[in-house]
Design a protein around this ligand. Sequence first.
Ligand SMILES: [Zn+2]
Length: 86
Amino acid sequence: MDLTPDQAALAVERHDCPNCDAPAGSACRTRGGKTAAKYHTPRFVLVPALREELEIPVPADRLPGRVWKQGPALAVSCPRPAPSGW
Ligand SMILES: [Zn+2]
């Protein structure tokens, strides 16, 4: 692929994960609430350049295997208005 692992991770993290609901800007998480070692397939196939990849590892600076924490919100993502009146 053309992307470095860091670039690939950033590209994946521009999307919310359909699998674990990790929001854009955050790594994937496991069911146990830990940071996953790799991104979920349904998430990274959203990036056309990564569609052919079998797996995309989560970079070590996201601390895979440790307790998952939401990353900083991305400035580029459109903030969704908070639901009101529900
Ligand atoms: Zn995920």
